[in-house]
Design a protein around this ligand. Structure first.
Ligand code: HXC
Length: 518
């Protein structure tokens, strides 16, 4: 064999060995847990043959605790660039078969390299996380590595989309980087996120809790809202990442890709004309409205299990990506509470950062009252949504379907807070509050002083109030909405509004950065 052939043979062998990560036995153990390896995950994520790997031969430099005896090419993370649907993305996938995917200084350097390239080249950065956190043997070096990753997460925020998928037990620093990114996905039953595991929790607070209860996908999807998606399997999670990417632009200077559709722009849906019940206290399902108006009924919901009284997610309208925010009258009457405000505010800000127009469907009875909400700072949290809509400069089209009461009406992208085109259905009621509440406040004294006539006073005043406010005409007469539309035409009217706004340019005063109420 010539020297050159030997050199090539050596390269092939080294590559083959590196591709095995922590070795066959550990790969087997990974599979036995129902988990895939880093490379298997990347193969599912990226277009076939598109992956270009970097730093395959990088090794850690640690000499503590006998670490100098054990080196694996690649050091527990696979990094590089590939394409999804032909569009470039930068990726890193931690390899649990190498020291539990724990983060060494060199691993952080590999991750930082793809983060830097994603920012410089204007493409999304996707992390597949499966890591026990800072590599304990490395001490401060590993911590420094996290600092450098976090720095890039922050610099990339609002510049390129960042997506984190949690595919194993992630602790410590391994959860803070995902928390800094735009979207987090988890896999049910095999992925966990917590700052400290059950053993530490028990020793510090005495609380006994298992991994699933402390930081499983269901907990973070429904209770904490830390994850935006909880998937049944790794395949499902990866499919969701690909679907999500399809709605997003490559970076903040571009618009999202156009998606061909055969769904007619002027498709009417007669069912919408009767979807709002005659009784204003009766619920209906906002999903039916969303699915009716978007292209092909396709809607990618974000934060599906969290604060279900508001719905947020992506759709296409006449081929263009839009962010939908909609109150859900079928859950808590669609009231705005702390969770709903936080959820929607984060989504609105993401869409604004990445040039995705917002379509807001309003049916909201107000903010949820009570001590629990006040003590939890509903004022500050509600202000987040108010702020997010108010600062957003993307095109904003709002349709009020039924209730638009009080501060919640203002928050939900009203015209006076920089809504661009605001429509109402004939069933809309835009007022400070509902009729019953209003009469009870305004005529309490009169009804108390005339107990025998109280009911008659109540009925009369309620009728008067309803005639004035339980319709959209007051708002339309004053130009507070742009038009009253027939529900069946909503798809067409919203699409036409979005087309009118396609060239929107709106500036905000120069500032270092804003001071969103956190
Ligand atoms: C070095 C680690 C490691 C780590 C796991 N391993 N975590 N090695 N540093 N942080 C190694 C194990 O020793 C083991 O090696 C292999 O990875 C697989 O781990 P197992 O424990 O066998 O797997 P499993 O039972 O599935 O448990 C996974 C785990 C657990 C839940 C992640 O390993 C664990 O609790 N690890 C420590 C988590 C943690 O406290 N990390 C530090 C966070 S502090 P062998 O050779 O035996 O197979 C942090 C600071 C940053 O991250 C803060 C920034 C803000």
């Amino acid at each position: 064999m010539s020297i050159q052939s030997e050199n090539i043979q050596k390269l092939v062998e080294r590559r083959e060995k590196a591709r095995l990560g922590g070795g066959a036995k550990r790969v087997e153990a990974q599979h036995a847990k129902g988990k895939k390896t880093a490379r298997e995950r990347l193969a599912l994520l990226l277009d076939p043959g598109s992956f270009e790997e970097y730093d395959m031969f990088v090794q850690h430099r640690c000499t503590n605790f006998g670490m100098e005896q054990s080196h694996t090419d690649g050091d527990g993370v696979v990094t590089g660039c590939g394409t999804i649907g032909g569009r470039p993305v930068y990726v890193f996938a931690q390899d649990f078969t190498v020291t539990g995917g724990s983060l060494s200084k060199t691993m952080s350097e590999k991750i930082c390299k793809v983060q830097d390239m994603a920012i410089r080249n204007g493409a999304p950065c996707i992390g597949l996380n499966d890591s026990g956190g800072a590599r304990i043997q490395e001490g401060i070096d590993a911590l420094a590595g996290y600092g450098e990753i976090f720095e890039r997460n922050i610099l990339a925020s609002g510049v390129v989309p960042q997506i984190s998928c949690i595919m194993g037990p992630c602790a410590g620093g391994a959860v803070y980087s995902p928390a800094l990114t735009d979207f987090t996905l988890m896999v049910k039953n095999t992925s966990y996120m917590f700052l400290t595991g059950p053993a530490v929790v028990k020793s510090v607070t005495g609380e006994v809790v298992n991994q699933e209860e402390l930081g499983g996908a269901s907990v973070h999807a429904s209770k904490s809202g830390v994850t935006h998606f909880a998937s049944e399997t790794e395949e499902d999670a990866i499919a969701t990442i690909k679907e999500l990417i399809g709605y997003l632009p490559q970076n903040n200077l571009e618009t999202a890709p156009f998606k061909e559709t055969a769904d007619p722009v002027n498709r009417v849906d007669d069912a919408l004309n009767s979807i709002v019940p005659d009784n204003p206290n009766k619920a209906y399902d906002m999903y039916a409205v969303i699915k009716s108006i978007v292209d092909d009924g396709a809607f990618l919901e974000v934060h599906k299990e969290f604060a279900k009284n508001i719905i947020v997610g992506f759709a296409h309208m006449n081929g263009r990506s839009v962010g939908i925010v909609a109150n859900q009258p079928a859950v808590l009457a669609g009231v705005l509470d702390i969770g709903a405000s936080r959820k929607a505010a984060r989504f609105v800000r993401f869409c604004d950062a990445f040039n995705i127009p917002l379509v807001t469907l309003v049916d909201v009875p107000g903010f949820l009252p009570g001590t629990q909400q006040e003590y939890g700072a509903i004022i500050t949290n509600g202000a987040k949504l108010l702020y997010a809509y108010g600062e957003a400069t993307v095109p904003k089209v709002t349709v009020t379907l039924r209730k638009g009461y009080g501060g919640a009406h203002i928050v939900m992208s009203c015209k006076q807070l920089r809504g661009d085109i605001n429509y109402a259905w004939p069933s809309a009621q835009i007022a400070v509050m509902g009729a019953d509440g209003a009469v009870n406040v305004l005529y309490a004294k009169e009804m108390k002083e005339n107990p025998e006539n109280a009911q008659a006073i109540f009925e009369e005043k309620k009728k008067e109030y309803e005639e004035l406010f339980s319709n959209p005409y007051q708002a339309a007469q004053k130009g507070y909405i742009d038009d009253i539309i027939e529900p069946r035409n909503t798809r067409f009217r919203v699409i036409r509004a979005l087309e009118q706004l396609a060239g929107k340019r709106q500036q905000i005063p120069a500032k270092k950065h804003d001071n969103l109420p956190l």
